[in-house]
Structures are given as C-alpha cells and as structure tokens.
Design a protein around this ligand. Structure first.
Ligand SMILES: [Zn+2]
Length: 119
C-alpha cells in the first residue's frame, strides 16, 4: 500500500466502466445516511485521476442535501460505482466506490471510519 496504481472498475452490468489512479492509502467508510445505506467504501481522488471509459449515457443522477455532489448510478443495474463532487475551493473530485474495483479484494486495505453523520 502507498503506491499510486491504476485500477479499473464499474457497475454490476458492465455498462459503466472507469479507470482510477489511487494509492488506496485512505479508504473511507462514512456513517452518513447515504453512505451507510449503500455500504460504501470510498477513495477520493482529484478528477484528473479518474476517467470514465464508457457509460456516461447509462448514468442517472441522485442529488440531496446541499446538492453539490452528483451521485451517479447505472440506470440498468442501480449500482453507484462513483460520484462527482466539487470541493469548497473549486477542486473537482471523483469519489470511487472501492467495492466496485475489479482487482481490489475486501480486506486488502485499511478502512478509516469517518463521522459524516455529525457534519
Ligand atoms: Zn450497470
């Protein structure tokens, strides 16, 4: 762990496919109402480290709360494999569901608990 590697991933049906560069040094499990319901394990990268390879047209958008995040899920299979957001300073981010990466088995990384519920 620690080295930045390129991982591929996507939704369940295969319509949505992406590539992400991340070191998986900090995989986040958040207890907010949204993340806990979906069971996300997340890695946060700047948008330039994320490429959607296919499936833009398959994505539907769910927005809630402050509506700064585009929670994109596949219209076919319902899986939210990543979302897009913008930090207060304007930095574009991609937030990737580590559970949707092809080559990253559960237990191969350390999970950091984040208290998103209280924010
Ligand atoms: Zn799908």
């Amino acid at each position: 762990m620690g080295a930045i590697e390129t991982h591929r991933g996507g939704c369940h049906c295969g319509n949505v496919r992406f590539e992400v560069e991340t070191d998986l040094a900090r995989v986040v499990e958040c207890n907010c109402s949204h993340c806990s319901r979906k069971g996300f394990l997340l890695t946060f990268v700047t948008a330039d480290r994320f490429s959607l390879l296919q499936g833009e047209e398959s994505l539907a958008n769910y927005r809630f709360n402050r509506r700064v995040a585009d929670h994109l899920f596949c219209k076919q299979c319902g899986v939210e494999s990543f979302w897009r957001s913008v930090k207060p300073d304007g930095t574009k981010m991609a937030i990737v569901n580590v559970r949707c990466l092809d080559d990253v088995p559960p237990g191969s990384f350390t999970v950091t608990l984040v208290d998103g519920k209280s924010r």
